[in-house]
Design a protein around this ligand. Structure first.
Ligand SMILES: NC(=O)c1ccc[n+]([C@@H]2O[C@H](COP(=O)([O-])OP(=O)(O)OC[C@H]3O[C@@H](n4cnc5c(N)ncnc54)[C@H](OP(=O)(O)O)[C@@H]3O)[C@@H](O)[C@H]2O)c1
Length: 268
């Protein structure tokens, strides 16, 4: 069903975005990959089968003026636009007061303003039956301490997706959100900075998240939280903050143990 359909994937050169691109191209689609690092983009395009299957767009999605022009550039390269995957994201971890204003602003700009602007710029160009899928996070369902701004951007992205989805439904454009728990990618960066509790939930692979994204492109879904049980726990934790606070020490201990095991696996 994706034969010769064109998807614009931000953060498409690595991790979840690249896994989405692989599945999309394997299903017959063409992928426009957007990310900052030209060399990694070129490698990704080559791995997808070269210029007949994919194209690289070197851009920082936080450059909102450049981002506005991106959907039109994709249409001029491939002739159409069927799907947008708002996936690029950034996370400066740690207590709010230890972050710099520039780091906080970067998270808002990359994780929230960019998907809004890209949606705004893509909608007039999207084919009827087109879709927009946003990659948020469980941290946007139950805000995580030491990740206040990141959690807020992902909660905002979920809210944006629901509201704009209702606006765009009459135009035949669907909007969905995938909210994963921890995913085995380079996104963690320095593991010592990642809150232990993050590792308390089962780790997904980029392919599993990509499959959820593809599912949202195939059928009408508003939001997928994954893994399923983690999504339910996140909702419960949001609705009952005192329960969430009570469970915090136990989940952090469990997470610390799983984080050590993950670090060991990564070393070997
Ligand atoms: N991994 C997790 O545990 C996890 C959990 C929940 C949600 N998520 C969300 O999943 C999304 C993808 O994360 P991932 O795990 O796949 O990360 P990743 O493996 O680190 O890949 C990030 C991708 O985004 C690109 N990117 C980063 N900042 C960008 C910017 N300002 N402009 C353009 N491209 C940018 C990177 O390329 P360049 O660096 O070359 O730009 C790369 O292609 C993010 O929105 C993240 O918040 C991740």
């Amino acid at each position: 069903m994706f034969e010769n359909r064109v998807a614009l994937i931000t953060g498409g050169s690595a991790g979840i975005g690249f896994a989405v691109a692989r599945k999309w191209v394997a299903a017959g689609g063409l992928a426009a990959l957007a990310a900052r690092t030209r060399a990694r983009l070129d490698e990704a395009v080559a791995a997808l089968g070269g210029g007949t299957k994919a194209a690289a767009f070197a851009i920082d999605v936080g450059d909102l003026a450049a981002l506005e022009k991106l959907p039109a550039q994709v249409v001029s390269r491939f002739g159409r636009l069927d799907a947008v995957i708002n996936n690029a994201g950034t996370h400066h971890r740690g207590p709010l007061i230890e972050r710099t204003p520039a780091e906080l602003a970067e998270m808002v700009s990359t994780n929230l303003a960019a998907p809004m602007i890209l949606t705004w710029a893509a909608v007039p160009l999207l084919e009827t039956g087109g879709a927009i899928v946003n990659v948020a996070s469980l941290a946007g369902m139950v805000p995580v301490r030491n990740a206040a701004a990141y959690s807020a951007t992902k909660a905002g992205l979920r809210a944006f997706a629901v509201a704009v989805g209702e606006e765009l439904r009459p135009r035949g454009i669907r909007v969905a959100t995938v909210s994963p728990g921890p995913v085995d990618t380079e996104f963690f960066g320095d593991l010592s900075k990642v809150a232990d509790i993050v590792f308390s939930q089962p780790m997904s692979t980029p392919d599993q998240v990509a499959e959820a994204v593809l599912d949202c492109l195939r059928k009408d879904q508003r939001e997928v939280a994954m893994p399923w049980l983690s999504g339910k726990l996140a909702t419960l934790g949001y609705l009952a903050p005192s329960l969430s606070r009570a469970l915090q020490p136990m989940l952090s201990r469990l997470g610390a143990k799983k984080k050590r095991a993950y670090a060991e696996r990564k070393k070997s």
